[in-house]
Design a protein around this ligand. Sequence first.
Ligand SMILES: *Cc1c(COP(=O)(O)O)cnc(C)c1O
Length: 490
Amino acid sequence: MATPGYPAAPHTAVDPTAGTAFRSAVDAVRAVEPRVADAIGAEIQDQRASLKLIASENYASPAVLLAMGNWFSDKYAEGTVGRRFYAGCRNVDTVEALAAEHARELFGAEHAYVQPHSGIDANLVAFWAVLSQRVESPALHRAGVRQVNDLTDEDWAELRRELGNQRLLGMSLDSGGHLTHGFRPNISGKMFDQRSYGTDPATGLVDYDALRATAREFRPLILVAGYSAYPRLVNFRLMREIADEVGATLMVDMAHFAGLVAGKVLTGDFDPVQHAQIVTTTTHKSLRGPRGGMVLCTSELAEHVDRGCPMVLGGPLSHVMAAKAVALAEARRPEFRAYAQQVVDNARALADGLLRRGATLVSGGTDNHLVLIDVSGYGLTGRQAEAALLDSGVVTNRNSVPNDPNGAWYTSGVRIGTPALTTRGLGTAEMDEIADLIDTALRGTAPATTAAGAPSKAQYVLDAQVRDAVAKRAADLLAGFPLYPGLDLA
Ligand SMILES: *Cc1c(COP(=O)(O)O)cnc(C)c1O
């Protein structure tokens, strides 16, 4: 049963015409390489059969999917709308301008750049836009030249040193931050001198006082807010205040929660676009569009952001920009607000259901689309819990918890999110059933014992009866919420 007022799965419904289009497309593939066609067919079966609680995934509409499979894929379009390095871009201009217009209107942004191929790329564009605005432009001005090619070798060497010696303050990984926010394994960690802020161990909430103290001492060029595994709201007004106080540019990476901003669930202090100079996002997570990225910014940063390609990006994926325009048009409809609210209501219902059954949640609950279960309460590592849940038909991913004693590989947490299942039409009543499935499967799992007699961090024993019963209940639940109803590839 879906929550009253939230329609069951209209978003993935496939009408007969679109159904024919998908079938013909797969047939055309089959004629060349049948194994690819088989994999496509198997993928939709897998997606239909899995109870997908991965917080970063979703299901795009048939219109979004179909907008990607066409001749825009063949077109090179380096540059920006109306200013291309290639001839014949008028149709690409149409879709890129539309996507940018929808993005500006939807988010109330002064400028939108829709070319980034992914969230990582969007962050790179943003970092280099800020470096261009605040480091490169002043250096060119000082030298009295218009562009880098006009600098002397000495001035160029000095500018390169300066570009490579800037500071960035971002959220720590185990508090829910992202690798691209200045961590060493990512290029951002090699570009910037990075420090991080975290959450208060007592509350699990961002410690703004500690953050302010670190910012005052460290004086970063860029303060990054945004997360992939923080279950609460971030006060972006306060973040901007801190950034302004220390002369930093506030950048918000809303890759995970862009759909909640688009759907007006996050407003006021919690709407990043109102407070940050630059905002990056993916388009395929809670925003429910094609796999891709996007940058929103103030007009002062626009010319710097627009240099993304060829600065750090390859030629724009015009077919994906077409799909972004479709997805953003969908997100401007009133139904999307109902969807975003339902995502949050569902996450809260899931958290409440888990808490009632005795689970431990990081920060004690959720205010957004995701829940982080501390599975050490079940005597398991994140890796064991993730695997036992998968065996039972429940798809999640393991995740560190703050100060995780099991490190980033085994971890002590499991992250779950509601954007995908909400798109499928599941409501709060189903979330309570899912909480029971998770709790039942984890209670039925124990760590295996190593040869030395200690509990293993990877191996586990899952009661087969529990596994089969949970898997059956998960399948029964999904049967009531067909995914891409109307589509039959056979
Ligand atoms: C998912 C995510 C990204 C990366 O997105 P990709 O499209 O996979 O490159 C960047 N930042 C945050 C906060 C994310 O959650």
